[in-house]
Design a protein around this ligand. Structure first.
Ligand SMILES: NC(=O)c1ccc[n+]([C@@H]2O[C@H](COP(=O)([O-])OP(=O)(O)OC[C@H]3O[C@@H](n4cnc5c(N)ncnc54)[C@H](O)[C@@H]3O)[C@@H](O)[C@H]2O)c1
Length: 381
């Protein structure tokens, strides 16, 4: 009999790509998704996928729908979530409800209802957001994990995190899974709770549990519509329309961008894992790319007339830098993401060119919302 996998949030960016890869390998896929209007323009899967998967259009918090979704399932990949870091700071009830309560419904059914009796493995999409600023090296104190940067510090244009013990400057190092939980957004906190709940459940019940701490995932298929997440999508929409690209902080902040195919490969390996494992794994490229570099590359690809400017504005709760330690991922799954950023970006932008660009009004609304909620700051000259 073929294995059947449930992907919650399977109509989204990572879910669709994962579904296609699983189907190609002969796995049966069931998707539960509510086609959140912030992400989706329609409530339909692309026709090729629609023909191959069993689709349940429902909310992950709908107990009856989840019961149907879990029948006969061997592994659950739990992706359904609200995903905007900044937005989570003022839509707190909604983020907790979908991310934490949604996970609670899933685990409660697995524990108490016969519908989930065949489930042998749960993979939950966690995030690098659970680390906050992540790991740095202090010349006096070794590895340290800085606190959230203060508004006062950032208003002076001092963006680099400092040692939490002696306040000296630090060197960025890769963040490994043993780093402490230090989320700096409600989104990050919900991801922490999701992963702790799933891993606790898996351990107690003797099944496999993977909390995959995805870094900044990008690639063809990512939502160009959602203005609350994904700077590649935001910058490419602006560049294609010759609109100004305004960069936060000084543009030297960096992220670990990991290509969608690498993320899907790590997820498939977790589903197919033959041993016993309960734990968290980083899924990132192990390389940091500055936001300024991203903007310049995108502008150059589209031969755009967009201006790129550093306005001195910053978002409270943003992290400064990020590089992933991928050693444990390699040890457990025998895999390290390998697609170089330049190649992946080229694939993403070539795909974006075939889609209609989104109007910048939604993006401007998302920025204004943050400002209205007091979550933006500006360097004072
Ligand atoms: N893309 C990234 O860079 C990234 C990084 C770290 C973690 N993650 C995590 O990976 C997962 C998938 O991310 P993605 O990039 O594919 O996001 P996405 O927004 O493209 O997909 C999320 C999907 O979940 C669905 N959804 C939202 N709320 C739901 C609900 N209440 N009930 C049912 N379905 C619901 C949406 O309709 C959407 O199809 C998320 O849990 C996200 O937090 C993503």
């Amino acid at each position: 009999m073929k294995t059947t996998i449930l992907i919650t949030g399977g109509a989204g960016f990572i879910g669709q790509r994962l579904a296609r890869v699983l189907i190609a390998s002969g796995t049966k896929v069931r998707i539960l998704d509510n086609f959140s209007p912030q992400i989706h323009a329609t409530d339909c899967l692309p026709p090729d996928l629609n023909a191959e998967v069993e689709l349940i259009r429902a909310d992950v918090r709908d107990r009856d729908a989840m019961k149907r979704a879990l029948l006969g399932i061997e592994a659950v990949v739990h992706l359904a979530a609200e995903t905007g870091t900044g937005q989570s700071m003022y839509e707190i009830d909604r983020y907790f409800n979908v991310n934490v309560q949604g996970t609670a419904v899933l685990l409660d059914l697995l524990q108490n209802d016969p519908c989930g009796k065949n489930v042998k493995s749960i993979i939950v999409a966690s995030s690098r957001a659970i680390y906050g600023e992540g790991a740095y090296l202090c010349s006096n104190h070794g590895a340290v994990y800085p606190e959230q940067r203060s508004k006062e510090q950032m208003t002076k244009g001092l963006f680099e995190p400092i040692c939490p013990i002696c306040s000296t400057s630090l060197t960025l190092i890769p963040t490994a899974e043993h780093a402490p939980f230090k989320p700096m957004s409600i989104y990050g906190l919900t991801k922490q709770v999701q992963e702790q709940a799933v891993l606790m459940f898996a351990k107690t019940n003797g099944i496999n549990g993977f909390a995959l701490r995805y870094q900044n995932v990008y690639g063809p298929g990512q939502s160009l519509k959602n203005p609350y997440t994904g700077i590649l999508a935001v910058f490419s929409n602006l560049a294609r329309q010759d609109q100004p690209i305004e960069i936060y902080e000084d543009g030297q902040e960096s992220r670990d961008f990991v290509y969608i195919d690498d993320v899907v490969e790590a997820t498939v390996r977790s589903i197919n894992y033959q041993g016993q494992f309960v734990g968290a794994l980083n899924v990132g490229s192990g390389h940091a790319t500055s936001v300024m570099t991203v903007a310049e590359e995108i502008k150059s690809f589209f031969n755009s007339n967009s201006s790129i400017s550093v306005t001195g504005a910053f978002r409270l709760g943003d992290i400064r830098h990020n590089i992933t330690d991928t050693n444990l991922l390699n040890e457990v799954l025998g895999f390290i993401p390998s697609i170089p950023f330049k190649q992946g970006l080229n694939n993403f932008l070539s795909w974006a060119l075939e889609q209609s660009p989104e109007d910048k009004a939604a993006y401007l609304r998302s920025v204004n919302e943050l400002a209205e909620k007091g979550l933006m700051g500006k360097v004072s000259k």
